[in-house]
Design a protein around this ligand. Structure first.
Ligand code: NAD
Ligand code: UDP
Ligand code: UDP
Length: 315
C-alpha cells in the first residue's frame, strides 16, 4: 500500500482522484485549504479507514511521510484564479517548491497537474507537448499560466539537479460532477443556466473552441502517468481531442436539459484563447490511454449532478 498525498484533494478533480486511489487500496492524505474545494466533495470519503483530510495551505511547508504526491492545489477557473492573483502565483510557485522539497526529503515520486494554459493562445493547432506556447506574461491570465509554467520549470530543475522522480501532465478542459457551480467555467455555467431557465451566456461570437474531457477519463490518465517507469517525466497532454465551439456546446446542453433558455451574447474576456485541442499521441503511446466517455454521455452525468445540487437548495 502506498501512502499518497493529494494536494487540492477536496477540489473537483482531486476528490475524484482521492476516491479512485482509495478504491485501488491506497492510503490517501488529502491536503486542501478549501479555497475553491469543499468538504462536501469529500464527505463520502471521510469514514473510509485509509482516508485522511488535512486543512493546509501549500504555500507553507508541509512535513509528512508519503510515497507519492499528486500536486493539484491551485484554483483552476479564471473567476477563481483572478480573485487573488498574487495568491494564485504563490500557490503554483511556492506550492511547487514546498511539495518538491517534501518529495526530495522523503524520496517520493511527484506528479504535477499542469495545464493546457501553458500553451496560452496557441499559434499551433492541435497543441503538441513540444510547442512552447504563447502566453501574455502581464495579462490577467498570467498569474495562472505563468505560475503553472514556472511550476513546470521547478519540476524539471528538481529532476535534473536533485534527481527527483517527477511526472508532469498538462490537463485540457475537464468537466463532470463536483465542478464548482459558480466558478464561471463554461460547462457549469451553461448547465446551471439551462436548469434555471436563464439565458445561456455566450462570450464573443461563440466560435472559439475547446476540447472537453470527462473527469473519469482524466483521472484514469493521471493514475496511469503516475505508474509509468522511472525516468519518464512527460510532459504529457491529457484531454479529449474532440473539439467543439461554444455554440455547439450550448446546443448540446440545451438538448439534454430542455427548457426555455435563450442565447445571450456577452463580451469576450481578455486573452481568451481562440482554439484549443490536445494532441494526445504521447498519451496514447506511453499511457495506452484515450478518452472513452462521449461529450453527450459526460454532459448527461454532469447535468444529473447539478440538478440534484440545485434541488438541495444550492444556488
Ligand atoms: P478546483 O478549484 O476544484 O481544485 C483545486 C483545489 O486546490 C481546491 O480544492 C482548492 O481549495 C485547493 N487549493 C487552492 N489553493 C490552495 C492552496 N494554496 N493550498 C491548498 N489547497 C489549495 O480545480 P480543479 O478543476 O479540480 O483543478 C485541479 C488541478 O488541475 C489544478 O491544479 C488545475 O490547475 C488543474 N487543471 C484543471 C483543469 C480543469 O479543466 N479542471 C484543466 C487544467 C488544469
Ligand atoms: N519542505 C517542505 N517539506 C519537507 C521538506 C521541505 O515543505 O518535508 C519545503 C521547505 O519549506 C523548503 C522547500 O520545501 O523551503 C524546498 O526544499 P529544498 O530542500 O529543495 O530547499 P531548501 O530547504 O534548501 O530551501
Ligand atoms: N465561456 C462562455 N460562456 C460562459 C463561460 C465561458 O462562452 O458562460 C467561454 C469562454 O470565453 C472560453 C470558453 O467558454 O472561450 C471556455 O471557458 P472556461 O472558463 O470554461 O475555460 P478556459 O477559458 O480556461 O479554457
Amino acid at each position: 500500500m502506498n501512502r499518497v498525498l493529494v494536494t487540492g484533494g477536496a477540489g473537483f478533480l482531486g476528490s475524484h482522484l482521492c476516491e479512485r486511489l482509495l478504491d485501488a487500496g491506497q492510503d490517501v492524505l488529502c491536503v486542501d485549504n478549501y479555497f475553491t474545494g469543499s468538504k462536501r466533495n469529500i464527505a463520502h470519503l471521510i469514514d473510509r479507514p485509509y482516508f485522511e483530510a488535512m486543512r493546509h495551505d501549500v504555500t507553507f511547508p508541509l512535513y509528512v511521510e508519503v510515497d507519492r504526491i499528486f500536486n493539484l492545489a491551485c484554483p483552476a477557473s479564471p473567476v477563481h484564479y483572478q480573485f487573488d492573483p498574487v495568491q494564485t502565483t504563490k500557490t503554483s510557485v511556492h506550492g511547487a517548491i514546498n511539495m518538491l522539497g517534501l518529495a526530495k526529503r522523503v524520496k517520493a515520486r511527484i506528479l504535477q497537474a499542469s495545464t493546457s494554459e501553458v500553451y496560452g493562445d496557441p499559434e499551433v493547432h492541435p497543441q503538441q507537448e513540444g510547442y512552447w506556447g504563447r502566453v501574455n506574461p502581464i495579462g490577467v491570465r498570467a498569474c495562472y499560466d505563468e505560475g503553472k509554467r514556472c511550476a513546470e520549470t521547478l519540476f524539471f530543475d528538481y529532476h535534473r539537479q536533485h534527481k527527483l522522480d517527477i511526472k508532469v501532465v498538462r490537463i485540457f478542459n475537464t468537466y463532470g460532477p463536483r465542478m464548482h457551480p459558480n466558478d464561471g467555467r463554461v460547462v457549469s455555467n451553461f448547465i446551471v443556466q439551462a436548469l434555471k431557465g436563464e439565458d445561456i451566456t455566450i462570450y464573443g461570437d461563440g466560435q472559439q473552441t475547446r476540447s472537453f474531457c470527462y473527469v473519469d477519463d482524466l483521472v484514469e490518465a493521471m493514475l496511469r502517468m503516475m505508474d509509468t517507469e522511472a525516468g519518464f517525466t512527460g510532459p504529457v497532454n491529457i484531454g479529449n481531442p474532440v473539439e467543439s465551439t461554444m455554440l455547439e456546446l450550448a446546443e448540446k446542453v440545451l438538448a439534454i436539459v430542455g427548457g426555455t433558455s435563450r442565447l445571450s451574447f456577452q463580451p469576450l474576456p481578455a486573452d481568451d484563447p481562440r482554439q484549443r485541442q490536445p494532441d494526445i499521441a504521447v498519451a496514447r503511446e506511453r499511457l495506452d490511454w484515450e478518452p472513452r466517455v462521449s461529450l453527450e454521455d459526460g454532459l448527461r452525468e454532469t447535468v444529473r449532478y447539478f440538478r440534484a445540487l440545485l434541488a438541495e437548495g444550492h444556488s
